[in-house]
Design a protein around this ligand. Structure first.
Ligand code: HEM
Length: 343
């Protein structure tokens, strides 16, 4: 591997990093780039196997490149990353497999990655001042509901696995690791906190409120006293935002580079399909209703039971060829109720 070039993206395996990598990297200033080496074609399948966590490629800026601009399609600045995404798209899809720890890790990372894409899609609509898209608020409500579904999905691990594996993993990344460091979240924070200037119609307002309830429900289920790593570390997130964003992204296997909207949607579809296969094979635990009022508990319960439908709605809203996703949903349903199924 040659000299590390700022602004260049390549996917890399650790052993190929040059001995003087750290020296080359120092003094480059703040950067959101991750430098890696090209994977030979034959290794993609072996390394990623289509069943585990996959790297996610998202735009550096606040929105994806329009598909009409083919510079991102050529992958300027990120040839390695784009070609890995393209190669991945040809890999067979499979439900995540492995131990309960592996499944929990897959859900934690992939659920978050889908959340990032949904935030990007919401931001795309918020950024359209004319609201030229028809039914903008309804579409946003579909995305927000899908995000709530991802909160349940990501947070569905057994509590002991969260405390043995996931939380220590985040703490090892940074002692104060926090969801508030998610780079894409800043685009939608006002909306998600229900502080958006313009009036929200009922479906969107309900979706935003449900999302807040679901976050708090997941937080309480996994950490009964609700203390986050940020709070426990008494850390003030006042500066170095770009560095915190980079730390956050790297934990969730997320790279930033020029990328077309269609490539982002392809990554969304692939993940949603895997999630559908997963929840059909391994249904989410029923939400613990203890301490929840029926007004809060019933919609959370319905969301968990209807996760597949929520995923399909979001894909349709994004303009994806959702028929493929519906087929995955349908086929997995058949498998789940068939003689060999586990459902
Ligand atoms: C299921 C996965 C989760 C996701 C996607 C998620 C996402 C987020 C996001 C985006 C924020 C920023 C909110 C804002 O600034 O408006 C946040 C903040 C927060 N989350 Fe979560 N969260 C998750 C799980 C948890 C869990 C398990 C806890 C349990 C302690 C938790 C506790 C908190 C707290 C206390 C905050 C306030 C900021 C902080 O102290 O870090 N969250 N979360």
């Amino acid at each position: 591997m040659g000299e590390v070039v700022p602004g260049e993206w390549r996917i890399c395996t650790a052993p190929t990093l040059p001995a003087d990598f750290a020296a080359q990297w120092r003094g480059r200033g703040p950067s959101t780039n991750i430098v890696v080496d090209d994977l030979p074609d034959r290794d993609t399948a072996r390394v990623l196997a289509g069943r585990g966590v996959e790297p996610l490629l998202l735009p550096i800026t606040d929105s994806c490149t329009n598909d009409a601009d083919d510079s991102a399609g050529r992958g300027e600045g990120c040839p390695g990353a784009v070609s890995v995404i393209q190669r991945l798209a040809t890999e067979a899809l499979g439900a995540p497999s492995g131990s309960r720890e592996q499944l929990s890790w897959f859900r934690w990372i992939t659920g978050h990655q889908v959340g990032f894409i949904l935030w990007q899609l919401i931001a795309e609509l918020l950024a359209d001042p004319e609201h030229t898209e028809p039914n903008t608020q309804e579409t946003m409500a579909d995305y927000v509901n899908a995000y709530s579904g991802m909160l349940l999905y990501a947070g569905s691990c057994p509590r002991d696995v969260y405390h043995r594996l996931i939380r220590p993993g985040m703490r090892a990344w940074h002692e104060a690791f926090s969801g508030s460091w998610a780079p894409d979240y800043k685009l939608v924070r006002k909306l998600m906190r229900n502080r958006h200037g313009s009036r929200l119609d009922a479906p969107l307002r309900d979706a935003v409120e449900l999302q807040q309830e679901v976050h708090d429900h997941v937080a309480r289920r996994l950490v009964p006293d609700g203390t986050s790593l940020l709070q426990a570390a008494h850390y003030q997130t006042t500066e170095q935002r770009p560095l915190l964003y980079m730390l956050y992204d790297s934990f969730f296997s997320t790279l930033r580079a020029p990328v077309q909207r269609s490539q982002v949607l392809a990554q969304l579809m692939r993940r949603l399909a895997k999630i559908i296969l997963d929840v059909r094979a391994n249904p989410l635990p029923r939400p613990d209703m203890a301490g929840l009022s029926p007004e809060v508990g019933a919609p959370i319960s319905a969301l968990g039971a209807g996760l597949v439908g929520v995923c399909v709605r979001a894909a349709v809203a994004a303009g994806s060829p959702a028929s493929g996703l519906a087929v995955v949903a349908e086929e997995s349903r058949v498998k789940a109720v068939g003689p060999a199924g586990r459902g």
